[in-house]
Design a protein around this ligand. Structure first.
Ligand SMILES: [Zn+2]
Length: 382
């Protein structure tokens, strides 16, 4: 999964392309990832749009609270994404929820996720490698995949928004306020209702895409609530505007017992190593499926293709929301194939070919630097 900033950027670009007026109304008419420039309601709606763009990655973030929905992460990345969006959209339309609200915004964001994943994953898998259970030497590549995704986030933000990652405050861009424990008044009730509606819509999506797994899961509502709650923790704990500047905040997601991989989900502060992470030079690389496909595309080119495909999906969802009807072939048009390494027909296959960048070495360097800093913070040394 390309990481959270890339998904926010791609979704916003797709919305601007499809309906600039709607983007403007949600405060996304100007600079990319600008928060809080319009009315509070629009800021809230835009934040759910960006949360939707995280797609089923929220299940991967469900690592703290139980019952966990983490297994829905790989499942939703493997097949039936289009069926998920169709079932979720139908439930939203049947519930009479309007386009101009968090629920409609959420599904528009969600519609863009698969396209970016499909566009970038072969590149990421090729250049990050993976840990294979029966090959001890491949342990070196564990966690390299998410670490490269964070580096690509940094590059995408610099290229498209002309901003360093340390200026990207995810807490102002995503709906990270916990829902109130008791029904309050005014705004808090609206926020609570939106979150509960979106959780219901996610459930309908899972039931539509995975009828056997989801319908037999009597904890499904708890798992979705926990995935949302843990995602909030994760986005806050790894918020680059905190972990880059405030030298104590990174401790929230820093567990030195796991060794250098403790930094895999943090945005690295130093990537200026002369490595061509985004393949700007256009070197040839083999598709990880190992079926002879080859590319010279850069991460930036693939990102732009992901935005284009994501805009086509968003347009379909927007038209369905506006007309109140889902056209025949909707799910197929969004795509039911895998979101990672697929064969030429779109069916998921195990990766076979890679040429990993020295990401483990970079993580080790980043870890050493952060560990020294953590020791200083704990013992009071500066
Ligand atoms: Zn994903």
């Amino acid at each position: 999964m390309p990481a959270q900033i890339s998904h926010c950027l791609a979704a916003e670009l797709a919305l601007k392309r499809v309906d600039p007026n709607l983007a403007e109304a949600w405060g996304m008419g100007g600079e990319l990832l600008a928060a809080g420039t319009t009315a509070e309601r629009a800021v809230e709606t835009a934040s759910w749009f960006r949360f939707g763009a995280q797609g089923p990655d929220i299940f991967y973030h469900n690592q703290r609270t139980k019952p966990s929905g983490i297994h829905y992460g790989p499942l939703a990345h493997k097949r039936n994404y289009g069926l998920f969006v169709e079932a979720a959209l139908r439930s939203l339309i049947e519930a009479g929820l309007s386009l101009d609200g968090p629920e409609g915004a959420w599904i528009l964001g969600y519609s863009t996720h698969a396209a970016l994943d499909r566009a970038l994953h072969p590149f990421i898998v090729h250049f990050a490698g993976w840990q294979a259970p029966l090959q001890p030497e491949s342990a070196r590549y564990r966690s390299c995949h998410p670490f490269l995704e964070r580096i690509l986030d940094i590059l995408a933000l610099e290229r498209l928004a002309h901003r360093p990652v340390s200026d990207c405050d995810l807490e102002t861009l995503l709906p990270l306020d916990e829902q109130p424990s008791e029904a309050g008044t005014g705004e808090s009730v609206a926020v609570h209702a939106a979150e509960s509606n979106i959780a219901d819509i996610i459930q309908k999506g899972l039931e539509g895409a995975f009828p056997h797994a989801a319908s037999a899961d009597f904890f499904i509502g708890h798992r979705i609530a926990n995935a949302i709650s843990d995602s909030r923790f994760f986005f806050r704990a790894t918020n680059p505007s905190r972990t880059s500047k405030d030298n104590s905040s990174f401790l929230a997601h820093f567990d030195d017992r796991s060794g250098y991989r403790a930094v895999a989900l943090l945005y690295p502060r130093q990537t200026g190593t002369g490595i061509d992470f985004g393949n700007e030079a256009g070197a040839a690389w083999a598709h990880p499926a190992g079926d002879g496909r080859e590319s010279r595309e850069s991460a930036a080119t693939l990102f732009d293709k992901g935005v284009e495909a994501g805009a086509a999906s968003l347009r379909l969802t927007l038209e369905a929301l506006r007309s109140g009807g889902i056209p025949f072939g909707f799910a197929t048009a969004i795509g039911n194939g895998g979101l990672s390494v697929n064969d030429a027909e779109g069916f998921p296959v195990p990766p076979r070919i890679s040429h990993p960048l020295p990401l483990a070495e970079l993580m080790e360097a980043e870890f050493a630097c952060r560990l020294e800093e953590a020791k200083g913070l704990v013992t009071g040394r500066s």
